[in-house]
Design a protein around this ligand. Structure first.
Ligand SMILES: CC(C)(COP(=O)(O)OP(=O)(O)OC[C@H]1O[C@@H](n2cnc3c(N)ncnc32)[C@H](O)[C@@H]1OP(=O)(O)O)[C@@H](O)C(=O)NCCC(=O)NCCS
Length: 162
């Protein structure tokens, strides 16, 4: 993903996450803070999806639509802020493929995310497990009533799953 892709990324976000809007500044900041973790899925010239991830603190998922300011010097997880695939491109392995690309970038950290919109099953298939923590309830409820903080431990072969 490059800065010039951000209008397409925001259009995908608006289509995929109408109930979870985030400001343009959030996308621009994530890309500026950690460009390698920002992926664009394209078919030819058409953007079909994106992934945004960055090193972060363990068990501290950022609230929705919030700027980070800076990345931690000693991160505890590689945090997947968002993975969004347009409906027409789903079910063809793009989501799982993006995750495998991100796995190469974790630096050996466990991955973490907030599962929203009934996607907990997808994340379980990908090896994530919910981490119940009452201290996270307030921030999770700002996503939606079913939002879950999930982590995936580092696999024995490093951080890679195939
Ligand atoms: C979740 C999402 C990224 C999955 O992307 P995708 O490209 O359709 O996923 P894949 O094709 O790689 O599917 C991988 C596997 O997960 C399964 N899967 C996909 N969505 C699932 C779901 N909601 N629940 C359970 N399993 C699911 C697939 O059946 C597939 O299993 P298989 O390999 O045994 O066939 C996509 O549906 C999406 O963008 N959803 C809307 C945005 C969203 O909610 N993102 C997550 C924010 S936390």
């Amino acid at each position: 993903m490059r800065a010039g892709d951000l209008p397409e990324v925001r259009a995908i976000a608006a289509a995929v996450h109408p109930g979870h809007p985030e400001s343009d500044a959030v996308f621009a900041e994530r890309l500026a803070l950690h460009p390698p973790g920002c992926l664009l899925l394209e078919a030819g010239e058409t953007a079909l999806g994106y992934a945004i991830a960055h090193p972060w603190h363990r068990r501290r998922p950022p609230a929705l639509d919030t700027l980070l300011g800076a990345l931690p010097e000693a991160p505890g997880v590689f945090y997947l802020h968002d993975l969004a695939i347009l409906p027409a491109a789903r079910g063809q392995g793009a989501g799982g493929g993006a995750l495998r690309e991100l796995e190469e970038l974790t630096g050996g950290l466990p991955m973490a995310l907030v599962a929203i919109g009934g996607t907990e099953g997808f994340w379980q298939v990908q090896g994530f497990a919910a981490v119940p923590d009452p201290a996270l309830e307030a921030v999770l409820r700002r996503y939606d009533s079913g939002a879950r903080y999930m982590e995936r431990p580092v696999s024995r072969s490093g951080d890679r799953r195939r």
